[in-house]
Write a protein of this length. Sequence first.
Lengths: 135, 135
Amino acid sequence: MVHMGHIKIMEITIDIDDPVPLFAQLIEQIKKAVLSDKIGPGDALPSIRQLANDLELNSKTVAKAYRLLERDSVIQTKGYRGTFIHPDAKSNSTVDLNEWVMTKLNEMITTFRESGVTDSEIRIAFGNAMNNRGN
Amino acid sequence: MVHMGHIKIMEITIDIDDPVPLFAQLIEQIKKAVLSDKIGPGDALPSIRQLANDLELNSKTVAKAYRLLERDSVIQTKGYRGTFIHPDAKSNSTVDLNEWVMTKLNEMITTFRESGVTDSEIRIAFGNAMNNRGN
DNA sequence: ATATGAACCATGTGTGGTGATGGTACAATG
DNA sequence: CATTGTACCATCACCACACATGGTTCATAT
């Protein structure tokens, strides 16, 4: 059986001119669909190649979105069987990992600035820190 | 009196090919001179323009080094009267503000990574945080 | 065979930051 | 008038990264 036609049609619109990265637009809209109950736990998502083809995107771009959605437990990939909406998709769609990161970084940056550390110095130090997986 | 010749001669060598930024080389060497007692509290430093001329550097580059040294209380600028070594220069030369920044950032970055946050996401969030002075 | 996600190879474009340079101008002071 | 530090204006090359693209290959399983 090739699709059988009962894969949820994704009402997804990708705007090339939108400053928001394509993979991010994808994530946004899938989470939105989950939050508004247009898709729910167990529902199958189009395959990466399929969706890439439909939206005229590169498969790597879609794969990136799927990878992040899976990390956040919004979707679940079951190897060759395809990708499905995660049981806890709804609650996990509200949790914004990036927001937490932003908050923590803002606090730290504020502290640095108040201590007289230059923005330039903060950036340099950050760059170094990111390149020192060893400590 | 034009200099009177008793301004400490700075034994400073700037290496253009050194990957270390010129202004940073300057800071290093001045702190080093302080730590090895080659110059001490009260001693006058060459004026920004003077040093820039001697080392064949742009005055902005020297100004940047002086600005950072003053922030760290290694030197003290007295407006039109010139720049002098700070009373607590020696102890302040060992305190490395950047090291503290690096340590804090490393801790936070490690936490983020352990939480599954992508390096790319961390960088993006950091960039946003730096551009949100207001919150 | 066909299709899945995934892991590699690679390229190009655009953006944004640093470092360094140059010039001009200022108030304060000698 | 000369000199101090400082604050603006500006330009340039360099580098690192994000984003997106393309192609190939892989084990897995229908």
